[in-house]
Design a protein around this ligand. Sequence first.
Ligand code: ATP
Ligand code: MG
Length: 424
Amino acid sequence: MLQQQWGEALLQRLHVIGRTAAALGTPAYLVGGCVRDFLQNRPAPDIDLAIEGDVRAVAEACSTEPSGVQCTYHPHFGTAILQYPDGFQLDLARCRIEHYPAPAALPEVQPGDIQTDLIRRDFTINAMAISLDPEKFGDFLDPYGGRMDLQRRLLRVLHPLSFLDDPTRILRGLRFAVRFQLQLETGTRGLLEGALTQDIFARLSGARLWRELKYLLELSDLPAALEELDAWQLWPLLRPTRPELEALLAQIQRGQQEINWFHYHFPDENLCDTAVLLTILWRDSPWAAAEKRLHYWPLAGGRHILSDLHLLSEMPVALAKASHPSAVARLWESLSLPGILALLAEYPETGAITESGHYYLLKQRGLTSPLNGKDLQAMGLAPGPQLGKVLRRLHDARLDGEIEDKETARQWLIRQGILPSIQP
Ligand code: ATP
Ligand code: MG
């Protein structure tokens, strides 16, 4: 099966590792997500190996000449990466025992064997291994019934303290549930409810919680993930109250459409997609709730979300009132890029507001005045705040289509009485 799904070349690489590890007196295993993905006949994004003995010795022995394999060892984590000449890579880690000194604390780690390494894992579907040992290559280790759970589409933790030890597993589980259409097994559901009554997330650092939430927000099927989050009663992680679900999911979907639209038209420009989604999620929540969360979450551009949340409610009326293209552009300009897309998410794809927002992003945003400060000074205007005002008016005139180039701008300055009509 490995040969069929992963191909002969990878199979040979795994054989080499198994033999090399055995020669050094240590078994090696495929573990975790790649075994789960293999059983589902899905491509595995990364392939993890667990080694019972010395990771460094195995990795270095696999990367001797003339294999062309490069080895990078990370002493701090006791992990190694094997990089093959064709760019393929394998991650090696030492089998370990984990002990949680307190709920939600980081674990104390000791070397262990494959059995202890599997029981430290999050869910049965992620706690399976395949032996690479030459004597029993391909032997399947499944002490917690992960394969059966995968068939029955059940998400099950390995022991009752699992969520208390590490609450990030709740959000990992939510992602797996959405990605692989899994149901919470009844006992695990009880453990989740128990963990939530103990306010377990409060013990987690903001940065750890944020990392998991960010992965969640990056799921392409975010509406399904938020529906699941609703069923798991996890809204307090994201916002103070349960939202009106249907409306919010529709807006999230529109937001994702706008994000795609933006990336399509501006492939080289940076956009923080997460900021768009958070702005949508927080639009109808008290501002202080958003501020409190951003205080702990290291999101670049978080401050912009807060200022956008202030401005967004006034935008539709202000846009309707704006009489000139320049006034409309100035309004859009007051929002950050994510703020603009979050506002568009509240309106249909075809409609006046979306059209106006797209026009601003595609056309108005890039328009510059044909004359700069230096040009104006060369024309005899004195430097200072007054010059800044003239530049701004010129920019507005450009947005309103009153000027096109340097010459029409000069005539405009004369008409406005800013420049004398007869110049030296
Ligand atoms: P993905 O396809 O998203 O990478 P994955 O299962 O490989 O899924 P990783 O985050 O790459 O997830 O982790 C690899 C493995 O490490 C998991 O399959 C799981 O066995 C274990 N693991 C990761 N995080 C935890 C955790 N917080 N608690 C227990 N085990 C974990
Ligand atoms: Mg992985």
